[in-house]
Design a protein around this ligand. Structure first.
Ligand SMILES: [Zn+2]
Length: 382
């Protein structure tokens, strides 16, 4: 209950922050109480540095993606794993056949093999994986010549995306955001609830055409609370849950982003209620990140959305959800560039196609993983 009060208080200030960037769905989560039946406290790893968790400036263009001259000498060290919940990321990369090189000495590290390129900036709280921005829980550090990434970030981001676990996707739950008396964001005479429903229905058709069974949380303009949506997915045995929303802000804010719930003990990318307790959604942290990555990648590559990244936030439809779950912010209803994609039927179809392709790409990836010996996926185990 104390937590609830705190949430309500911080929720007020959060409204001011979130309203500038996100649709009301992301605000709702701040005032959604934690499910007492499932939430359990977790011990938060003691941070050795980075007390001032610098929030990622949403407008900051990822310098990780800036092509920089390769300074091939001075290879980063592959050394013993560090203490305090961090690992030497070069050592981790070697396990996956990744070569490490500074693209900017002591500043930007690139790990790569034939299929994957990871770029890390010292001091930043995000990574770039195959040119898609992925928010991390802790800053990338450098100590004694070693580049360190938190074990949690190795497990829930780097390992999760580059070395996925075997899984199956037979039934997909699609959740068109808002509905009925809750229009979501409104702009230029359009309401988020209507556009999300149009996109969701197209995603459904595209998936069904590929033989995937689809469960919709709503197919009409009706009011639904946040809890009901993942419940419908669970009742219908959905293997993954994809909620579709739109952002709203000023006309010059454009781009797509995909949220997962925040790993236990960590602060969200955009700070939320302050609670860092583990919740049911955390059992799927790795799959959540992988699903988010595949959808975001399609949105950026196929619809040319600006890449706002895969982000973490304990949203109402994500944190207590039983299956891998993401919330897609498919552009800004208020954005001068994104409106051209959202308000035109042909362009909007491209968004639906990208979301469907992202889901299918995730499905193909997890279903094609070969069963591995028991040692697999233990890299980076605390
Ligand atoms: Zn929304």
């Amino acid at each position: 209950m104390i937590l609830m009060k705190k949430n309500l208080l911080t929720g007020i200030s959060l409204l001011l922050v979130a309203a500038a960037l996100c649709c009301s769905c992301t605000v709702n989560a701040a005032t959604t109480k934690t499910q007492t039946g499932t939430a359990r406290p977790v011990s938060i790893p003691k941070k050795t540095t980075a007390k001032s968790t610098k929030t990622q400036a949403s407008t900051s263009k990822s310098t990780t993606q800036a092509a920089t001259k390769s300074t091939t000498q001075a290879q980063p060290k592959a050394a013993a794993v560090s203490t305090s919940g961090y690992q030497n990321v070069v050592t981790w990369g070697k396990k996956h056949g990744m070569r490490a090189a500074w693209t900017q000495k002591n500043k930007t590290l690139r790990l790569s093999n034939d299929s994957t390129t990871i770029v890390l900036n010292i001091g930043a709280r995000h990574a770039s994986i195959n040119n898609i921005k992925i928010a991390l829980c802790q800053n990338v550090k450098m100590s004694g010549g070693n580049v360190l990434v938190s074990t949690q970030d190795i497990n829930t981001a780097l390992e999760a995306i580059t070395n996925p676990r075997k899984n199956a996707v037979r039934i997909v739950a699609i959740d068109p955001g808002h509905g009925g008396s809750q229009p979501g964001a409104k702009h230029s005479g359009k309401a988020e609830k209507d556009i999300t429903l149009l996109i969701a229905k197209e995603v459904r058709t595209l998936l069904q055409n590929k033989g995937v069974k689809v469960v919709m949380t709503r197919t009409t303009d009706r009011t639904m609370d946040l809890k009901t949506r993942p419940q419908i997915a669970a009742q219908n045995h959905a293997d993954i849950f994809v909620s579709i929303h739109l952002n709203a802000a000023s006309a010059d804010a454009n781009g797509a982003e995909v949220f997962t719930t925040t790993p236990a003990g960590a602060q969200s990318t955009t700070p939320d209620s302050g609670s860092t307790a583990a919740t049911r959604g955390n059992k799927n942290d790795a799959a959540n990140a992988l699903l988010a990555y595949h959808i975001q990648r399609q949105l950026v590559q196929k619809v040319q959305f600006s890449d706002r990244g895969v982000k973490r936030k304990r949203l109402g439809v994500l944190y207590d959800t039983a299956m891998p779950a993401v919330l897609v912010e498919a552009g800004f209803i208020s954005g001068s560039k994104d409106q051209k994609k959202l308000f035109n039927a042909t362009e909007r179809s491209k968004i639906a196609k990208a979301i469907a392709e992202g889901i299918l790409s995730y499905k193909k990836t997890v279903e094609s993983v070969k069963p591995t010996p028991t040692k697999s996926n233990t890299a980076g185990k605390p």
